[in-house]
Each structure stands twice: as C-alpha cells, then as structure tokens.
Design a protein around this ligand. Structure first.
Ligand code: SF4
Length: 237
C-alpha cells in the first residue's frame, strides 16, 4: 500500500475514490440506491483508515463510549452524507426515537444559527445523535466522524475543558487524517460531478431539515440546493 505521503499518491487516492463513487452513482436509479452509494463509500473510507493505521503503526486512543469529540465545535457534512444518515435513522429508529433526534437537531440548529464562525468553533455542544456518549447512528455517521481519531485522548479532554483554546484541539495522526480527508473529498467530488449540491452544511442543522422536510431530498436529487442558508456551514470568507 502507498504511504500517502506525496502529492502524487494523494491525488491518485482522491481520483480512485471519485471514480469508484462516480460509477456507483451512474448505476443508482432510486434515492435508496443513492444512499447505498454513500454507505459503500463510507465503508471504503473505513478500510482505508485501517490500512493507514497499520502502515503507519498509529496507536489510536479512542474508546467506545468516549464521545468527547462529538461535542467539539463545528461538525460539517455534505448533502449526500446527511440524506444517507437521515434515511438510515428513518429505517432503524422507532418513530419516538426519530422524533427525539429531530427535536434535538432542531434545537441544535436554533442554537448555532446566530453564532459567528469563531463562536461556533469554540462551542461545546453534544451532537444531536450522541446518546449515552455513543453515536446512535454509528453505521451511517458522515465522513468527518470517520476521519476524526485521537492518538492521545488527553488532548481531546483538554480541548473539551478549554473550548476557547482552539490550539488545544488535535491529537490525530496527520498523514492518516490528510489521506482520509482527500479520499472523502474524492467521493464528494463524484456527487458534485453528478450535478448534486456542492454546499458544505452544518451536520446537525442539515439533519433537522432532512428529517423535518420530506421535500428536501427531492430538491437535492433534482440538482437544487438541499438545505437552507441557515444550515450552511460557517466558513472563512
Ligand atoms: S454523527 Fe455520531 S460520530 Fe458524528 S459527531 Fe454525531 S454522535 Fe459523534
């Protein structure tokens, strides 16, 4: 396996993720099939992660039931990831649990909408999907949550306790994180090339709209913006 430490290796990695997803999207005839494309891309990202950690002998300090990083700052996602997640929730949660996630996501959206980028980055707030410090939608979590990992949980705890100190964040294996980010971007590029929404969204806010507005998915599949301006991720100008 390449070490993914050179520009050429990273470009080839992004291209391979893009090409596989692009072929997969071409064959997808229904919304369910499009969501399955996303879940298969997530599985490829997981495989890549395991290969990277083995290749670079990365000792990961994350443990089930930690959930610290699920509180920290902005969690961004693309529309294809949000809709695959919402579909998975609808298929796997009871009506009551789905309604509870929707209520938490709506509360999240209302809380983060007025924040500046900097204030959002300094926010400590549980993701609407976090239950008992575990992800309640783990099989369908978006790419950013798969990429995130820590080689020292004490760094995560310091960030949790000092949200104003943005330099306290970190602790991931840089080469692995960059390679997984590039691969995930390759998948996103395939969706963009298929004519679908290229906006980056705040996960919790977009999830509130995906679960609460049945027309959002139709809009997205028709090539329109999936979610409102309020759900857009805040980014540097
Ligand atoms: S989707 Fe799951 S893994 Fe990602 S931040 Fe939310 S609770 Fe954590």
């Amino acid at each position: 396996m390449p070490a993914y430490t050179t520009r050429e290796e990273l470009l080839a990695l992004a291209t391979s993720f893009r090409d596989v997803a692009a072929e997969d999207i071409k064959r997808a005839q229904t919304a369910e099939c499009v969501h399955a494309v996303t879940l298969r891309a997530h599985a490829r990202l997981n495989e890549l992660e395991m290969q990277l950690f083995a290749e670079h002998r990365v000792c990961v300090d994350c443990k089930a039931g930690c959930g610290t990083c699920c509180h920290l700052g902005k969690i961004d996602a693309r529309a294809h990831e949000v809709f695959a997640l919402a579909d998975w929730i609808t298929r796997n949660f009871s009506n009551e649990d789905r309604a509870a996630v929707l209520a938490r996501a709506q509360a999240h959206a209302a809380a983060v909408a007025p924040l500046t980028l900097e204030a959002h980055l300094r926010t400590v707030r549980a993701c609407p999907l976090l239950r008992d410090m575990s992800c309640s939608a783990h099989p369908a979590r978006p790419g950013v949550c798969r990429i995130g990992h820590s080689t020292d949980v004490r760094i995560c705890e310091r960030a949790f306790q000092n949200p104003d100190d943005l330099a306290a964040k970190g602790g991931s294996h840089a080469v692995s994180k960059l390679a997984m980010t590039v691969a995930s971007d390759g998948t996103s590029f395939a969706f963009l090339e298929a004519g679908l929404d290229k906006t980056v969204y705040d996960l919790g806010s977009a999830l509130a709209e995906a679960l609460g507005d049945p027309s959002a998915q139709d809009r997205w599949l028709a090539g329109e913006r999936a979610f409102s301006d309020a759900a857009k991720a805040k980014q540097e100008p």
